[in-house]
Every structure is written in C-alpha cells, then in structure tokens.
Design a protein around this ligand. Sequence first.
Ligand code: SF4
Ligand code: MG
Length: 338
Amino acid sequence: TKHFPVRRRLRGLFSRTRTAVHAVDDVQLTLRRGRVTALVGESGSGKSTVARLLAQLYPRTAGTIALHGEPVTVRGGRPFRAYARRVQLIFQDPFASLNPVHTVRYHLTRALRVHGNAGRTDADLDAALRRLLERVRLTPAERYLGSFPHELSGGQRQRVAIARALGADPEVLLADEPVSMLDVSIRLGVLNLLRELKEQFDLAILYITHDIASARYFADETLVMYAGRLVEGGDSETVTQRPAHPYTRLLIGSAPDPDRITGDGGADVAERGDGEPPSLIRPPAGCRFHPRCPVAMPRCAEELPPRLEVGDHDGHWTACWLYHPDVTKAGAAAATVG
Ligand code: SF4
Ligand code: MG
C-alpha cells in the first residue's frame, strides 16, 4: 500500500452568510492511492462541503489538509498551486460545470495549459487532447473536440468533465455525486470508467453519494456521515453487510433494493419521511442522531459518542454509545442474568 496523497483532518464551523452553520465538524479522513473511499449521507449531511473543503473552494474554519504528509496551508502560494493540480473535483451536474459557449477542445486545452501539460507545439497539444478523450472512451476524438456541451448527452458531458480533471494529471479525484444526475442506464458505465482510471493512474478517489448500495459496489472503504459528523467507517463490504450505527442501518434498510448498483438509492431518507435531519445551525447535543434514533439511551442526548472499534480489529469503527465497553459489558451481564 502506497501512502496517502491526501491525509486530512478537518474541524469545521464554517460561516455562511451571517449564521454559523456547523456544516462539517471534526471530520477526519485519509485518501490513499489506488483506493476509492465513499462518503455516504443524505442531503444536507455536509458531504459536499467536505469535498469543497478538500478542493480548497471554501476556507476552513479550523483543521488541516496534508498532501503526502505535508500540510497544505497557503492559498495562492506555491503549495496551493501544486495541490490544485493534484486534487481535482468532479461535480454532480456536468452541464453546470462546462461553459455552454465553449467547445470540448477549449475546455480540455485550457485544463492542459493551466497545468502545464499542453506540450510545446500544436501537434503536442493535439496528441494530448486525443489521449484525454481516449482515456474517457470518447472516440474518435475528432468527433467530440468541436462539440459544444449542449450537443452531448449527460454521460458524454460527465466524461468530458472527467477528461478535463485528468488534464491536470491529478493524484486525487473528488467526485461529488458524479452519476446521480445521469440516466440510470449509463451510471454504471461512468462508475466503471472511474474505476479503470483509478487502476491505470493509481488515483485516490473520494466518491460522494447518498446511495450506500453504490458505495458497496464501487468503493473500497465507506464512511457514513450524519449531520456534519462521521458516524461509521470501515471496509465497504463490512459497513454495508454488518452496519453498526443505527443511522447506517436506517440507510440500508431504506434502500429499495440492497443490491441495486445504479448509483442512486432512490429518494433520500429525509424525503421518505423517516424523520428529518437536524438543523446544522443548532445541532442536537450529544449524539446528533439521538432525536431519530430508535435505541437512544439517556446518555446519548448529553455526551458526544467517541469513535469506538467494532468487531475484529479490521478497522471497522462507529461513533455510537452502544459500542462503548460500559454498555456492551452491561448488555453481556444482562444477557447472562436474563
Ligand atoms: Fe443512537 Fe445513542 Fe448510538 Fe446515537 S449514540 S446512534 S442516539 S444509540
Ligand atoms: Mg451535495
């Protein structure tokens, strides 16, 4: 295992307009080359904020971002520019992220030039453009270079957005719901392309989604986020097959078909009326999930649960009091007595 292109620790309280919104609090995550890490949560859980913080699109209130163990600090200075090249963001809506008045050639040329990958001659540039389009399976390249975004399908546009990100020769892709706006029939193709690119270029991918079934299919590691905090993490297979946190169980129980791998688990939990995610302006004290939790204990409303190990030392953890030794011992005692 090669060591992390990005190691990051984030403590957030970030300010939007005048109200402090606890969008992301104390989120720690490490992305590693050759691995997909899924960040799963419903709308408003703060998962897109994490991507934007990692892409340095927002200043963070507190916390650090490190690349290869080196803290990334200055915006605009040299470290920031190197970081911007290595860490590329792919948005949910490829139409909004491409400028409608410019062709594919323009978008890709610009990305190559900004990151110094356009070569010196026109022939170099043409070869680089063709290579980018071939990498995202838009061939023959000549057919796509002169196209405007509106002349392409949603899937083709997302492939252009991915090609543009590759133009920077990145180490990390931050993919924020990259397939949720695409037709169900083409989602898998785009996820498979990302997976091939991960292998080919040894990329670290952060895959943000509200669909835990697609995380199981696509990601090596899965992190579950609720109301701005991470509540569970581990190997994707473990987290999706043996979920520990009551919220993760709710997410899985609410997926219409656990084996769906379309990149969309249907409506968010919140939209189906299984309770509302809390306000991030004044988040609940203690465990933020306690107002919705079917097994909440008195302690849950008062104290924030720490990260606790679940099971057999395979890196599976959860932030839930149920897994605290006090509670598990009491449970075992009760089971023995009863
Ligand atoms: Fe439920 Fe308590 Fe666990 Fe939070 S800490 S998920 S409220 S049992
Ligand atoms: Mg979002």
